[in-house]
Design a protein around this ligand. Sequence first.
Ligand SMILES: Nc1ncnc2c1ncn2[C@@H]1O[C@H](COP(=O)(O)OP(=O)(O)OP(=O)(O)O)[C@@H](O)[C@H]1O
Length: 230
Amino acid sequence: MSAIRCHQLSLAIGKRQLLSNISLELPGNKLSVLLGPSGSGKTSFLRVLNRLHDDTAGARVSGELTLSLSGQTIHPYHHGTDPVWLRRRVGMVFQHPNLLPGSIGHNLRLPVQLVKNPPRAELAQRIEAALREAQLWDEVCMRLDAPAASLSGGQQQRLCLARALILQPEILLLDEPTVSLDTQASSDIEALITSLKCRYTLVMVSHNPVQAKRLADKIIVFRDGSLVDS
Ligand SMILES: Nc1ncnc2c1ncn2[C@@H]1O[C@H](COP(=O)(O)OP(=O)(O)OP(=O)(O)O)[C@@H](O)[C@H]1O
């Protein structure tokens, strides 16, 4: 079943056309990889999926986009769709770990507390579950109060993943999550991503065709803001 459908989806910022007439379907509970040269529109496409251009001056999205979320068909750009709700259901992990200043625990507590303020026991349970899912629990369970900045690059990226997972998304957008990592940390993240795809719909940007072939259930190729192949 398709989790993401677009028909003639376009994005312009000011006079610049970043995406032109993208029509595609991405399957649920699979990993779709977006490939293409630098500047071809891969990140722009990811950002359109959870309305991250809402605050960009001059940004205009046109065409149709529907997401299958919570058993419903959601139109992200319809007036009734709350972008905050949308971004909880469609989480994102960026190229470089973008952690909050403060402790490992703080990075996980804050997003949950912004949504609701659960009792301490529930919060602790959710933190442990997210860290286990991101395969980081064993490494950090004894030092949740340590600064997040004290983690290695690969651990920081897994903490970003845990921070996205703790909000219980259905779709996860991954923007080159291994780009800043060494070979071992990259292969740890790849294994983790593979383990997540049975529970989440994953859409990942990559520069690396070998990585895409290794991991992807579906490969989408962008060039100059258009689709080459799907
Ligand atoms: N806010 C913006 N305003 C104007 N142009 C932008 C904006 N953001 C991105 N662009 C341009 O849109 C084009 C596509 O950028 P995008 O980041 O989507 O490409 P990409 O394929 O993800 O590239 P990379 O692989 O290098 O990350 C680029 O030419 C970029 O300079």
